[in-house]
Ligand binder design. Structure first.
Ligand SMILES: [Zn+2]
Length: 218
């Protein structure tokens, strides 16, 4: 394993009443700042929105991860962007990062052309969103005890990893502090910003080829 890597953490699909506070405690103790890509339908619950506000107050960034997280937007027919993205952004409100961070739902973690479709890209560019993808999905939800080793291998595979974890009640986050300790032991540096090759749209400007992520679904 190489040492001296960079690691950006993101926590998707929350907030969760039980797990998000625990994740925030661990990150605060270790002085790590991350991004929480939240679901609109969860923010509609005032208790869960308060957790997003708490994360924001602690210096974390809040991003938009669709309203329903049901079917990848590039695999849904018809108008989806306002309902899935706009509605969520309205609920995020003043908690939003100034760059309007949006992460599409992938359905299992793979990067694929079903992530978005042309009308979704148009919506993101017209409304000045920043599209934040990822380069590591260690599968914490599938393997709540084994993901740490997968995640550490991912950190060694590239100089700067943008990792997707989940603040969900799977049991996986019970290992978050051990993972963070191991990262530090290995010389890893936590940072909050994103590797440029994971961000194809920046404040409404398309800066990387989108073909790998966009379907021809009408
Ligand atoms: Zn997700």
């Amino acid at each position: 394993m190489q040492t001296g890597f960079d690691l950006t953490l993101s926590f998707d699909n929350g907030p969760d009443a039980a797990v998000t506070p625990m994740v925030l405690d661990i990150l605060a103790r270790r002085d790590i700042r991350a991004t929480f890509f939240v679901l609109g339908q969860k923010l509609a619950d005032p208790q869960l929105r308060a957790l997003a506000a708490l994360a924001h107050d602690q210096g974390h960034w809040i991003g938009n991860h669709t309203f329903t997280h049901s079917v990848p937007l590039g695999e849904q027919r018809g108008p989806v962007a306002e309902r899935e993205i706009g509605q969520t952004e309205a609920l995020i409100g003043p908690l939003a990062h100034p760059d309007k961070l949006f992460r599409p739902y992938g359905g299992g973690g793979a990067l694929h052309p079903g992530l978005m479709k042309e009308s979704v890209v148009t919506y993101l560019t017209e409304h000045d969103y920043t599209c934040v993808l990822w380069n590591s999905v260690p599968g914490d939800w599938k393997d709540p005890d084994g993901w740490v080793d997968v995640a550490l291998d991912a950190c060694g595979a590239r100089p700067w990893t943008l990792m997707v974890l989940h603040d969900l009640p799977t049991g996986a986050m019970a290992h978050l502090d051990r993972f963070a300790a191991k990262v530090i032991d290995l010389g890893g540096r936590f940072r909050q910003d994103f590797p440029p090759d994971c961000v194809p749209i920046v404040r409404g400007d398309i800066v990387l080829p989108l073909d790998p992520y966009v379907s021809d679904m009408p």
